[in-house]
Design a protein around this ligand. Structure first.
Ligand code: PRP
Ligand code: GLN
Ligand code: MG
Length: 485
């Protein structure tokens, strides 16, 4: 997952974009970048690393201008080592465009081939985002007439992007001398929202992956961008929008609610925090059916993401709730780190157990999800080392059994701990005395209870159903080859 942001301001925006990227850091820890527009030039700085490590004062000074875009990256195509794949991306024609993307295209290799063969465009990285930018640029070139760009041409270009690109994309682009354009794929798989702020110089607008970036920077949340919709914010701060997809349908990624998004965000009308509380309630009912509650002395979350669910589960079952694992606040999220070796090492660096909370007790550990089992395997060991008697485990999400191709880096089935294993076998594998998973219907209900309009979800990592159509075997094989290691 990546975090994206765009600001159309009335004063220099570099600091606001920096601050918003800090608020989106949980969505991508590998690289960060900002591109601002000033007079007739774009200024850009991007590099590998966390936001606070990437931008020094001199870099911030090199980013003047009252509008700009920014991104924090968690790669799903290409590699985390290649600084050229950090975003924003830039193309000089037509007009000059800087571009940020969250999501993943499943047909980017054939599009790249087409772009070269038919459109005479060379793509210089293995990033699907660079491909998407060039498709957009090509379509803008075709739709625009003469030197002047108008709304119709921009909306027409987005419509063709929707027809050509397959996969998930939330995009914010700046077009020189025109303004900002943002759009979401026809299924709205990846999130994107709009906010505004009144200043003494006039209205400022911000677009961001999550509402926490808006509110944390003093903007108020206006609305989510609709699936398939494109929004234009022109240089005068006027906002216009149009539905550009033939058959848009909201099919948000369920994993955002489980893990990715911050709990203090509002996404497609749903508070992520409240959704996680609900997950805890439904999971509690399932735990009550599967385990003997009298056997459980204490419920514990695995920090951070499972906290709301664990708390609510304990309350519903009338069990003690304790924080037995303490998190080192200076270590980032483990799951989105690049490579299994670093992820494995980080769990021990990140979490440590308070022995007195475990000694002689039967503990029920709650996590939001079990994906590769990197966390759960080590955590169960740590609980035992700390003196726990029995260690039960429950996951607020169902078993993850299928690769994700829409912006979450789970490229191969083989790496998923649930692949080819029954629940008992997974329990054995992580060393738990009992293991309970959320049912998919209950997970969906946890979100839908809060917004009945959400009738369907992108839940492919749980059920293997891909909303953009079947994923061809060649793509999956290539994904596994290029990213699996
Ligand atoms: O089964 P795994 O492959 O280990 O993946 C799942 C774990 O990874 C995530 O934690 P992470 O440390 O990334 O972030 P958090 O601090 O937000 O919980 C998630 O919350 C689970 O704990
Ligand atoms: N997680 C994402 O949104 C990734 C964006 C893009 N596919 C990249 O790899 O850089
Ligand atoms: Mg976690």
């Amino acid at each position: 997952m990546c975090g994206i942001v765009g600001v159309m301001g009335r004063a220099p925006v570099n600091q606001t974009i920096y601050d918003s990227l800090l608020l989106l850091q949980h969505r991508g820890q590998d690289a960060a970048g900002i591109a601002t527009a000033h007079e007739q030039f774009f200024n850009m700085f991007k590099a590998k690393g966390l936001v606070r490590d990437v931008f020094r004062t001199r870099n911030m000074r090199s980013l003047p201008g009252n509008s700009g875009v920014g991104q924090v990256r968690y790669p799903t195509a290409g590699s985390s080592d290649n600084e050229d794949e950090a975003q924003p991306f830039y193309v000089n024609a037509p007009f000059g465009i800087t571009f940020v993307h969250n999501g993943n295209l499943t047909n980017w290799r054939s599009l790249r081939e087409e772009l070269f063969r038919i459109d005479r465009r060379h793509i210089n990285t293995n990033s699907d985002s660079e491909v998407l930018l060039n498709v957009f640029a090509h379509e803008l070139q075709s739709a625009a007439s003469g030197a002047n760009l108008d709304d119709d041409a921009v909306f027409a270009a987005v419509s063709v992007v929707h027809r050509r690109a397959k996969g998930a994309y939330a995009v914010i682009a700046q077009i020189a001398s025109f303004g900002m354009v943002a759009f979401r794929d026809p299924h709205g798989i990846r999130p994107l929202c709009l906010g505004r702020q009144e200043t003494e110089n006039g209205t400022e607008w911000m677009l961001a992956s999550e509402s926490v970036a808006l509110t944390g920077c003093g903007f108020s949340f206006v609305r989510d961008v609709d699936p398939g919709e494109a929004i234009i914010i022109d240089l005068d701060g006027q906002v216009r929008s149009r539905q550009c997809a033939d058959n848009p349908s909201l099919t948000s990624c369920l994993f955002e609610y489980v893990y990715f998004a911050r709990p203090d965000s509002l996404m497609d009308g749903v508070s992520v925090y409240q959704a996680r509380l609900r997950m805890g309630e439904y999971l509690a009912d399932n735990v009550a059916r599967a385990l003997r509650l009298g056997d459980i002395d204490v419920v514990m979350p695995i920090p951070d993401s499972s906290r709301p669910s664990a708390m609510q589960l304990a309350a519903r079952l009338d069990l003690n709730y304790r924080e037995g694992f303490i998190k080192n606040r200076y270590i980032g999220r483990t799951f989105i780190m690049p490579g299994q070796a670093v992820r494995k090492k980080s769990v021990r660096q990140k979490l440590s157990a308070i022995d007195m909370e475990f000694r002689g007790k039967n503990v029920l550990l709650i996590d939001d999800s079990i994906v590769r089992g990197t966390t759960s395997r080590q955590i169960v060991d740590m609980a035992r080392e700390a003196g726990a008697n029995k260690v039960f485990f429950a996951s607020a999400a169902p078993p993850v059994r299928f690769p994700n191709v829409y912006g979450i880096d789970m490229p191969t089935q083989a790496e998923l701990i649930a692949t080819g294993r029954s629940i008992d076998q997974i329990a054995d594998e992580i060393g738990a005395d009992g293991l309970v998973f959320q049912h998919l219907e209950d997970l969906e209900r946890s979100v839908r209870d809060l917004n009945p309009a959400m009738t369907q979800f992108e839940a492919s990592c749980f059920d293997g159903k891909y909303v953009t159509g079947d994923i061809d075997a060649q793509y999956l094989a290539e994904l596994s080859r290029s990213r699996g290691a």
